[in-house]
Design a protein around this ligand. Sequence first.
Ligand code: MN
Length: 449
Amino acid sequence: MSLRPFLAECEEKGEVLEVSEELSTEYEIAAIIKALDGGPLLAFTRVKGHAGFTVISNLCNRARLLRALGAEDVEGAYRKLLEAAGNPLEPRVSSSGAEAEERVIKEPDLRELPVLTHYRGDAGPYITSAVISALSPDGAVENVSVHRLLVAGRKKMVIRLVPRHLYRLWQMAREEGRDLGVAISIGVHPAVILASTTPVPFGVSEFAVANALLGGRLELVECGKVDARAPAGAEIIIEAVIKADEMAPEGPLVDITGTHDAVRQQPVVEAKRVLMRERPYYHAILPAGVEHRLLMGFPREAEIWRAVSKVVPRVRAVNLTLGGCGWLHAVIAIEKNVDGDAKNAIMAAFAAHPSLKHVVIVDPDIDIYDPVQVEWAIATRFQASEDLVLVPNARGSTLDPSADQATGLTTKVGLDATIPLERDRRAFERAVIPVGPGVEELLRRLGRA
Ligand code: MN
């Protein structure tokens, strides 16, 4: 299960927009991705100074992500993802045979890759779609996660390592005085990226989650130069080490909020060998774009859906909204039995996703993907004196510049914008204009149905 069959399927459905004008990796490609954010799958076939590479972006919008998971609807996708996370399946591993063995570069120069520089003020070119896999020194634990990588020289990168699982493996290697071997895979099936951003306990390999998601069809290969495994179908594999004792400045870079993150001393990564397919696809994820927010937020939506489903009769859907950075704001449509259900939904959502800052609960008649409808529900169904939940000094996300940057403390707010059960519903229902099939057909033709 690799990227190319998925790309072919998107092509067949007419979703690929090929951009054949010559464009620079510095700002120019990023500007096009931003302008068409969330729309067609973009394929940049003429990248200045990087002949032979095709840069692809916007691989995933919501519709394509559901298709990549083989799900009919968003609820089906949540179920599949949670099921895979709970029942990981160890993939088959070969000692060789990676598709990327078509070109093996023993003396790599990372500057030959079409790595994008995205925003004014960014520290430099950043690899943003890299799935990074590593094993513990005893080989018992594998971790796979996505990290941003600043390309800082011919063989040198700097990785942002938050103190989670990869950080822990790096510490384990350091305690033995060793560098940590990693496989950096670029250009993989969307399900592999999504599995890598899905929260599972330390000790569970996200590759095994990806394999469960893909129905047992993920294959891995062992790397030649480092002790790590990579997806056999990856377009580009960088075999590298995270140095035990070498740090360098990382950042500034625009992260999920669309604001610049701080500069920090972070571990240096040294490339040992690069493998790539002939005419490889390089996947670029625009920071703060739809794809970034979706791939990071979708597994959290699934967690919220599961948690809220336990406390209310039915959850129709969850949206970590784009305006809320796909991370800080949720809108949740529920069916309730008693008015208190909405407040319990608010508390369950906060418990399920600790970074969540604001949550709005609406009735099932509100389209949670339409911010105008959500605001309308707040305008017509919400009374702050009754329907507001306010939690000061809770743990939030330091990605939010308005949160306390030292402690991560934030104030959380939940809004119950559902219709009170004891009131006459007719006073709250949206007015409808009745039309016959003729006008319906006309509206469809006008693209307004
Ligand atoms: Mn992990």
